[in-house]
Design a protein around this ligand. Structure first.
Ligand code: GLA
Length: 380
């Protein structure tokens, strides 16, 4: 008997390792959803440079499309008038190409993370409409042109609307006027005629803002602007958007004859500070203990809530899968999620499918299972 002790111990260890491993961890999101939509994540610098080896591995295994969290925003890629900084963007494109991924560019025109010099002359006075258009065209030509045929889709304009659906008073609008959006799309099309062009925004599930976006898209279409899809950022929480809001949003945009991409998906599990909703990045609220209840981990009942919420959202996405071309999560694991610092700095949020150790959460299983459930429903 004695001499069997060691081998049987090894067998027991191997056996339990196999069975305690989360079996669904072997599922790959990109495989699971391959007949329905592309599945992606936004990469930070450490993932792009593969310094975060664990994160990069998850990306390679799980996703077939990527977006750059920050490195293609104007301030990063074009920090000074005569200086473009393409090092990280080149790496991003190389990473995506090496792994056969659909590459997204984010973003060409935004009011945030855009240096002040863009809008000013050397004396600090606002530039003229002509000068700003010239700068915009040169920027788009240089950035889009460099990755022509490689970056397949661009968020041309990000967040041009207010919550009530009116146009946000940005320097772009104030200096150029309402045609700045059409111009940006035209310049992007000129720089890479084969690239898909998108309008991207948050909280479009709210009716007033959605009305504004629909009017904007119709206007672009009437002017012959090639807009391929609307990007719904999808910065959600446990209650927003409701299933009804999500469905109405998908239905109404699809009715415009464009595709839909869910571009920045996450589900915050933390309480919102009073007076906050949406994803207005300029907002910041003071830290209070009650706003940070899960700093030591997400309790089981909350894991379940998050999983159910993802299941609910994916059930809707699947129902409209013919209209949705892509679903991209904003970040890879909870550890680097922007929601740890927004709208309150220094919290511990748990909004994604992979936890701080890079392990799939119950929400991951729920997303994988949502497909089987959808297929079953379709059969009945
Ligand atoms: C918005 C932008 C993103 C990003 C997030 C926060 O949604 O579109 O690029 O800045 O805010 O990370």
């Amino acid at each position: 008997m004695k001499k069997f002790k060691l081998p049987s111990l090894i067998i027991v260890i191997l056996w339990s390792a196999v069975f305690s491993a989360d079996l669904s961890a072997q599922a790959k999101l990109k495989e699971t959803f391959k007949d329905y939509f592309l599945i992606g994540a936004a990469l930070n610098r450490a993932q792009i440079f593969e310094k975060d080896a664990r994160g990069a591995k998850i990306v390679r295994e799980q996703f077939n499309t990527i977006s750059p969290e920050n490195i293609l925003k104007w301030a990063e890629v074009h920090p000074q008038p005569e200086r473009y900084n393409f090092e990280a963007a080149d790496r991003y494109v190389a990473f995506g190409e090496k792994n056969g991924m659909f590459l997204v560019g984010h973003t060409l025109v935004w009011h945030n993370q855009t240096p002040q010099w863009v809008f000013e002359d050397k004396k600090g006075n606002p530039v003229s409409r002509e000068e700003l258009l010239k700068r915009l065209r040169a920027h788009i030509n240089t950035v889009v042109g460099r990755y022509k045929g490689k970056i397949k889709g661009w968020d041309v304009v990000n967040e041009a609307l207010n919550d009530d659906g009116s146009w946000r008073q940005t320097p772009w609008l104030k200096i150029i006027g309402e045609d700045y959006i059409a111009k940006a799309f035209a310049y992007a099309h000129e720089a890479d005629p084969s690239a898909e062009l998108y309008y991207n925004d948050y909280s479009l599930e709210n009716e007033p803002k959605r009305r504004g976006a629909i009017a904007l898209i119709k206007k672009l279409q009437a002017a012959g602007i090639p807009i391929k899809a609307v990007g719904l950022q999808g910065h959600n929480n446990l209650t927003f958007p409701t299933v009804e809001q999500q469905e109405a949003t998908l239905r109404e945009f699809a009715a415009l004859g464009i595709k839909i991409a869910i571009t920045e998906l996450d589900v915050s599990v933390l309480p919102d500070p009073e007076g906050f909703s949406g994803a207005e990045v300029s907002l910041s609220f003071e830290m209070k203990e009650r706003l940070n209840p899960y700093k030591n981990g997400l309790p089981d009942e909350m894991q379940k809530k998050l999983a159910d919420r993802y299941a609910e959202l994916f059930a809707v996405y699947l129902k409209y899968h013919q209209d949705i071309e892509r679903i991209t999560f904003w970040n890879v694991t909870d550890k680097e999620s922007w929601l740890n610092n927004f709208p309150v700095r220094g919290r511990t949020n748990h909004p994604l499918l992979f936890d701080r150790q890079g392990k799939p959460k119950p929400a991951f299983n729920a997303v994988v299972e949502s497909l089987e459930n959808f297929r079953q429903r379709s059969r009945n």
